[in-house]
Design a protein around this ligand. Structure first.
Ligand SMILES: Cc1ncc(COP(=O)(O)O)c(C=O)c1O
Length: 437
């Protein structure tokens, strides 16, 4: 009733479809740090789209590179064939990753990067004669995408409960969202000892059965949870001690969001694999990737007959030429505009302004690291997610696009934000949250 036929056929992901179609929120155009609705209403983009558009919207350098690429070479398989930009981009990526992670496998999304990393971990142990290592350790509140491996790794009930177990053999550490850390700026002091959950899980299931630990260094989708002090170091230590691979899922935290290339560098802890996506192409082309330590790559690739693939895995669009062109243009802009330095320069101001919301009765908690923040809206209805959902709709009406997960609002401004735009974002948040009872 009353739904325009135009809206009927597209089944929106992660969206209450009936409510959306009754009251659609469409974007028709984007420029800089703004979206525009079909009616021409301007909204500030407070979440870089979905953590993707780090350099701001409508970057001509990237659009031109993609356009030129599609005219020169629109598509080539990368199974037994390749194109120069795939090698070029892999080389450029390894200029940003921590030392040692210098082999890159391309996928088309964060979810695919996660599945790829799981399979690399399994294949690595198998070729080394440790095929019994088939278990994975993840964490409550984790988000590792939506494919079946990612569902199994997921620590968010709504992403799991309809789909069974995903893949078997995944166990979870406790999350680090502790009430005593409420309103902590940066890394919390409490909770480092929760890393020892890994020791407990190893003792229960057998360390020698665990292939890899998957962690978001800052849990992102669940509402920005920076790691407690000492936590990542302890996990790294336990992985080293027991021959377990450590995977950092940096789909949100990678590419400058923390003010460093990757969160691995921000926290000084080097994993064995890093999954990435989103800002790698500034959101302009679907692309994911896994950066892999040389030793892990070599163990897999330096074995088997020379006429057969060493790793039976890949996607039709792995290293798609247009995505590679977009990636190269994006990384060139990160360098030319010293984007990650800009993040470091703006982060303290951003933190100060976001934490100014603490006095509001409707704000239950605030967390922040780099240009990523989580603001929890107090739930009064007893229905989880209702407050967050209502608030993000009101923010949209008031001119601010923000991603909400449950009752957490996720702020992730583009690196090109000015202080005045941070102010505008916080002013709109204050207005809407104050009026929300
Ligand atoms: C840490 C993490 N891993 C994986 C994903 C999945 O990425 P995609 O939606 O591109 O499949 C996300 C998406 O937000 C993410 O934050």
């Amino acid at each position: 009733m009353g739904t325009a036929p135009l809206l009927d056929h597209f089944w929106l992901p992660f969206t209450p479809n009936r409510d959306f179609k009754a009251e659609p929120r469409l974007f028709a155009r984007a420029e800089g740090v703004h979206y525009f609705t079909p009616e021409g209403r301007k909204l500030l983009d407070g979440s870089s789209g979905l953590f993707c558009v780090a350099l701001g919207h409508g970057r001509r350098e990237i659009a031109d590179a993609v356009h030129q690429q599609l005219l020169a070479l629109d598509y080539t398989p990368t199974f037994m064939r390749a194109h120069p930009k795939a090698f070029e981009l892999a080389t450029r990526v390894t200029g940003f990753t921590p030392p040692g992670l210098d082999r890159v496998f391309f996928a088309n999304s964060g979810s695919e990067a996660v599945e790829t990393a799981m399979k690399i971990a399994l294949a690595y142990h198998r070729v080394r004669g440790e095929g019994q290592r088939t278990m994975f350790v993840s964490r409550e509140r984790a988000y590792h995408g939506v494919n079946m491996g990612g569902v199994a790794l997921s620590g968010l009930v709504k992403n799991r409960e309809s789909f069974g177990a995903g893949v078997p053999g995944v166990v979870h550490m406790r999350h680090t969202h502790l009430p005593e850390n409420r309103f902590t700026r940066g890394m919390p002091e409490k909770g480092g000892e929760l890393a020892d959950d890994l020791a407990r899980l190893g003792a229960l299931h057998g360390f020698a059965n665990i292939a890899a630990v998957f962690l978001e260094p800052i849990a992102g989708s669940t509402g920005c949870l920076p790691p407690p002090r000492g936590y990542l170091e302890r996990v790294r230590e336990l992985c080293d001690e027991h021959g377990i691979l450590l995977v950092f899922d940096e789909v949100i935290t990678g590419w400058g969001r923390t003010g460093h290339n990757f969160a691995a560098q921000a926290f000084g802890v080097t994993p064995d694999l890093i999954t990435m996506a989103k800002a790698l192409t500034n959101g302009t082309q679907p692309m994911g990737a896994v950066a892999v330590k040389r030793a892990v790559h070599d163990a897999i690739v330096e074995q088997g007959p020379r006429h057969a693939p060493e790793f039976f895995h890949g996607y039709t669009y792995s290293a798609h030429p247009a995505a590679c062109a977009a990636g190269l243009a994006t990384l060139a802009l990160f360098d030319a505009e010293r984007s990650f330095e800009k993040v470091r320069a703006l982060a303290p101001y951003f933190e100060e302004r976001v934490f100014s919301l603490c006095d509001l009765a409707t704000v239950a908690d605030v967390r922040c690291y780099g240009l990523l923040a989580g603001v929890d809206v107090r739930t009064k209805s007893g229905q989880p997610g209702l407050a967050g959902y209502e608030v993000q709709k009101r923010l949209f009406d008031r001119g601010l696009h923000v991603k909400a997960t449950g009752d957490s609002l996720l702020l992730a401004p583009a690196f090109v934000f000015e202080r005045a735009q941070v102010d505008e974002m916080v002013t709109i948040l204050r207005e809407v949250l104050s009026a929300f009872v």
